[in-house]
Design a protein around this ligand. Structure first.
Ligand SMILES: *Cc1c(COP(=O)(O)O)cnc(C)c1O
Length: 231
């Protein structure tokens, strides 16, 4: 199916999911996760109104970034999101193009982002990746570690923490993802209530092609969609 039609359907589904819980659909950012897709497909998504692109490998993101701008495929102001695991040796490149690094999960990584961002006079927006389920991914902080971690990274002047991200486990029924999304939202509320850090967490990145409506019901502000857009 064409990307434009897919997006129309997705927007309808987001509106419906928002209406059920009295939320404003404009408060939901669609991040088009384009790993493995071609530049042409990304361009099609941009033409259809996508403003946020997600990638999980720095090198692939760079290639697309360069091609899109070099060929003037787009003059849109695109926001680039790093959603995959980030190795410290890729950080120097990552801070050059990503507007939001969603997958920060260690002090060492945060430290390196701070250092490399400082070199280019940037304050890098980030999310903390939280492992809400043991089986979903290898990466991410345990929920009980999050509050302490946030205190530790508060000293990094070239990092701006915007919120939390999680990847729910693969399940056959989207309702089964709900507890993980709920857990992330509660963690976010708890941290904000502590008032112990200089940030307010406003962004909740959760929900993918199979479960984004449930994530929206639980408070997602960003949904990361790959297959729903590109297939
Ligand atoms: C691939 C990927 C997505 C998108 O997954 P779909 O199921 O295709 O929507 C979202 N988040 C992350 C971290 C991914 O790697």
């Amino acid at each position: 199916m064409a990307i434009k039609e897919n997006l129309l359907k997705i927007r309808e589904r987001i509106s419906l999911a928002c209406a059920k819980v009295n939320r404003d659909p404009n408060a939901i950012t669609i991040v088009a996760v384009s790993k493995g897709r071609t530049v042409e497909q990304v361009r099609e998504a941009l033409v259809a109104g996508i403003t946020d692109i997600g990638e999980n490998r720095v090198q692939e993101a760079f290639l697309k970034y360069n091609t899109l701008y070099a060929k003037r495929y787009t003059l849109n102001a695109i926001k680039w999101h790093m959603v995959g695991h980030l190795q410290t040796n890729k950080v120097r490149d990552a801070v050059k193009i990503f507007d939001l690094i969603q997958s920060v999960d260690s002090l060492r990584l945060a430290e390196e982002i701070d250092k490399q961002a400082a070199k280019i006079n940037k304050v890098q927006d980030i999310l903390i990746e939280v492992k809400t389920s043991p089986e979903a991914t290898k990466f991410g902080l345990k929920p009980e570690e999050a509050a302490e971690f946030l205190k530790q990274i508060a000293k990094f002047k070239n990092i701006n923490l915007k919120g939390l991200m999680t990847i729910a486990p693969l399940v056959d029924d989207s309702e089964k993802s709900r507890p993980y999304f709920k857990m992330l939202r509660q963690l976010c509320d708890e941290i904000n209530a502590l008032n112990a850090i200089r940030y307010t967490l406003n962004a909740l990145s959760m929900g993918m092609s199979d479960d984004f409506e449930v994530a929206i019901a639980e408070g997602a502000t960003m949904v990361r969609l790959g297959r729903a857009i590109f297939e």
